[in-house]
Write a protein that binds this ligand. Structure first.
Ligand SMILES: NC(=O)c1ccc[n+]([C@@H]2O[C@H](COP(=O)([O-])OP(=O)(O)OC[C@H]3O[C@@H](n4cnc5c(N)ncnc54)[C@H](O)[C@@H]3O)[C@@H](O)[C@H]2O)c1
Length: 356
């Protein structure tokens, strides 16, 4: 599909889910690159994980805004609040929208389904409705590798059939892609969905394995290794994700009419993943080494005594493996940062943040 180049300078860009992990890092990049314009962060600052991490990321954004040529506005509120979303679009008229706000996490969705419907379905619908009622040049939104469910064929390609989600979280993300397709077709709104593959890095999400394992090991607790370690994950370092999203924002699917005179949907979906799935046990070994090197754990730490091999968890999948060739073809980019470098940066950050 052809792309329309978008100049982000001078534009108003709404990033929902900032100062969440990915959102905050994206906003920092936008503030660095833009020579004029406005970036709006919208987040309800919920306490799914330690809110202090979100406040810390927001403080980094506010510091960056002081020297940025672009302006930054933070709004605390929910995308599920339709009146608020309408008010924001009416007041600021964003030309670019990046929807990262969502209730994340596969396991949490098993016990807490309501919030997934509220944020990921109703919230996303409110964003689409606002994009329909105001002129938006490009809506970019977060999907997830979890849409592939127990897909046996690897690597996972956007051409694969993804009709068998194994968690409500995955089902909401797949639904986002379907509803976005419908809005692209009916209202000619350029939309791009991005299926992220296990994003990690400094000041990431404490509910994710590398972070919670670090917390547990430093507290002298045992970590649980699911499926007896027989898991492969395609990990993607945060800087690679930001680079991918940044490029995608600037290339919107082209609007075109079909033979029937009606719009062809200006719609696209891409994988963004490292493309080199790591065996979970190797990933843990690398993490352990980096935790020792950073001085978080002592050199003689008994790792064997602090691990427990357990069975598979409901909602989880044994393997994720991204085929990011479509992203590379259309945007000239694929993730390259390896886990050694990525986990090193995480460990250095963790030591500094928690020592302070
Ligand atoms: N991190 C990953 O590995 C990963 C993988 C696949 C997909 N994703 C998706 O990427 C996006 C960003 O993920 P993240 O890792 O930065 O997670 P995150 O939880 O750090 O960020 C999401 C942010 O959205 C906010 N939020 C939640 N519900 C909201 C609502 N109703 N209104 C306004 N704000 C709301 C939260 O407070 C949070 O700050 C999410 O859509 C997530 O599902 C992430």
């Amino acid at each position: 599909m052809g792309k329309v180049n978008i100049d982000i300078n001078g534009k108003t860009i709404l990033v929902t889910g900032s100062p969440g992990f990915i959102g905050a890092n994206l906003v920092l990049r936008l503030l660095k690159e833009m020579t004029s314009g406005t970036v709006i962060s919208l987040d309800n600052m919920n306490n799914y994980y330690d809110v202090r991490l979100k406040e810390y990321r927001l403080s980094l954004i506010e510091d960056a805004a002081k020297t940025s040529k672009a302006q930054h506005i933070f709004i605390k509120g929910s995308i599920a609040d339709k009146a608020l979303i309408t008010e924001i679009f009416e007041k600021y008229k964003p030309e670019i929208v990046v929807n990262l706000a969502a209730q994340a996490g596969v396991r949490y969705s098993i016990e807490n389904p309501d919030v997934y419907i509220e944020s990921n379905i109703i919230g996303f619908y409110n964003i689409l409705e606002a994009c329909r009622n105001y002129t938006v040049e490009h809506l970019v939104y977060a999907s997830s590798s979890s849409v592939y469910g127990g897909n046996k064929k690897v690597p996972f390609s956007v051409e694969d059939k993804v009709d068998n989600p194994v968690s409500l979280y995955a089902a909401t993300k797949k639904s986002n892609e379907l509803i976005a397709h419908c809005y692209s077709k009916l209202y000619n709104i350029p939309t791009t969905g991005l299926r992220f593959f296990t994003v990690y890095g400094p000041c990431g999400r404490p509910d994710m394995f590398y972070f919670s394992a670090t917390n547990k090991l430093s507290a002298g607790e045992k970590i649980k290794i699911f499926n007896y370690g027989n898991c492969k994950r395609d990990f993607t370092y945060i800087d690679d994700i930001v680079e991918g999203v940044f490029r995608v924002i600037k290339g919107a699917p082209e609007k075109k009419n079909g033979d029937d005179g009606l719009p062809l949907p200006p719609y696209a979906v891409y994988n963004i993943g490292g493309g080199t799935p790591e065996n979970l046990l190797d990933y843990i070994d690398t993490l352990q080494k980096e935790l020792v090197l950073a001085g978080i754990l002592p050199e003689d730490y008994d790792f064997e005594a602090h691990r427990e091999l357990v069975g598979m968890q409901p909602g989880d999948v044994p393997v994720t493996y991204a085929d990011s060739s479509a992203l590379e073809k259309d945007y000239g980019f694929r993730p390259t940062i390896d886990i050694k470098k990525g986990l090193h940066n995480f460990a250095v950050w963790y030591k500094e943040y928690y020592t302070k």
